[in-house]
Design a protein around this ligand. Sequence first.
Ligand SMILES: NC(=O)c1ccc[n+]([C@@H]2O[C@H](COP(=O)([O-])OP(=O)(O)OC[C@H]3O[C@@H](n4cnc5c(N)ncnc54)[C@H](O)[C@@H]3O)[C@@H](O)[C@H]2O)c1
Length: 425
Amino acid sequence: MSTAMPAIEHDIKDISLAPQGKKRIDWAEREMPVLRLIRERFGSEQPLKGVRLVACAHITTETANLARALQAGGAESLLIASNPLSTQDDVAASLVSDYGMPVFAIKGESTDTYRRHVQTALEFSPDIIIDDGSDVVATMIKEKPELNKKIIGTTEETTTGIVRLEAMMTAGVLTFPSIAVNNAQTKHFFDNRYGTGQSTLDGIIRATNILLAGRTLVVVGYGWCGKGVSLRARGMGANVVVCEVDPIKAVEAVMDGFRVMPIAAAAAIGDIFVTVTGNRHVIDRDHFAKMKDGAIVCNSGHFDLELNLVALRELSGEPTNVRPFVQEYKLKNGNRVMVLGEGRLINLAAAEGHPASVMDMSFANQALCVEHLIKNHKQMEKRVYPVPEELDKRVAKLKLESMGIKIDRLTPEQEEYLASWDEGT
Ligand SMILES: NC(=O)c1ccc[n+]([C@@H]2O[C@H](COP(=O)([O-])OP(=O)(O)OC[C@H]3O[C@@H](n4cnc5c(N)ncnc54)[C@H](O)[C@@H]3O)[C@@H](O)[C@H]2O)c1
């Protein structure tokens, strides 16, 4: 029976949740045709045979399907959570029970447990690390430098992790090639924009059951995620206000039809606030102090430091839990501020993360980049690489094929024209 305790090392919530997790993994798989094709090819070609791989990721149904593809390719994988609140416990149970993978991830785990799991991942002595936020890579460089020599390379899933990797490269401590999977066009154009856009609102609605129509929703950060959240919130009838520090992004938001103003001004008029900057304390003490009674605040950026919750606590005292994933802070001025998901990414804390069809492309990139590292690492330098363009385009082509959509091709005449310079008016 699938719920029997297997002899696989793990630290998960409850192995008996496996049957439900398995059903949900299979459900997501139906929406991941590109990853399925890769899994089938990996199964016959075995390009990852014998490779020890650590995946630090949100332990969701989609990640489970990435793990299946890597396993089919011959990799020995160990999985840990990339965030204390993003684990789906039933998925973790099924990965252990049905797929025989060591998993160390529990929804709501403490920061100490999270850090212990990072140590466990490093003790596994991986050849390749798939990281999400760069905590595993940063810990290895700081605390286990002896592993650096064994590492073939790493791949990084998210914007925040790439900022950290580039800082490591500048500091001269990156001693292996790393591929910035987030920066593939088939990743951030779709996952960050449409995935975060939809699932962030899903998280807010599941946590609060609030009506968005007619509310003022403030989006802090108009990058890929912020654009998606703003677009989808407008679609549901919210009045969207954007806060930015980059003048170009701010002009873009204005021309996309949104009101733009500093957070100090937006703080007083917002009903709902969403941060997606990858930066710290973008909603700070003074902003909380100005908020209306009942304001709802959440974050969908990678780390939980976008909201200065320490300052909010100082303004209000300890919060009370009013619903799952909703904490009410009563300020000394009498106003109440609701913080969702303890300031952790709300789409994963209170909802199920991105829909599978968008993660299909992100994780196809991950799987193909792992294969690329195995084939090419000897010729690669110790730096952060973009995803090879050919691979990015291959993912897009496969996605179109899976959707039954055909597109045009350049004719030889058009190719010649585009390569020439002498033919004008
Ligand atoms: N929730 C999820 O599932 C999910 C998915 C993808 C990415 N992310 C995370 O979301 C964050 C944003 O990712 P992205 O791809 O949109 O990045 P991005 O670089 O495209 O956009 C971030 C934007 O925030 C702006 N910004 C920075 N500091 C600011 C401040 N103090 N006030 C206002 N704006 C500020 C920047 O100018 C930039 O335009 C990252 O932490 C990323 O890792 C989360």
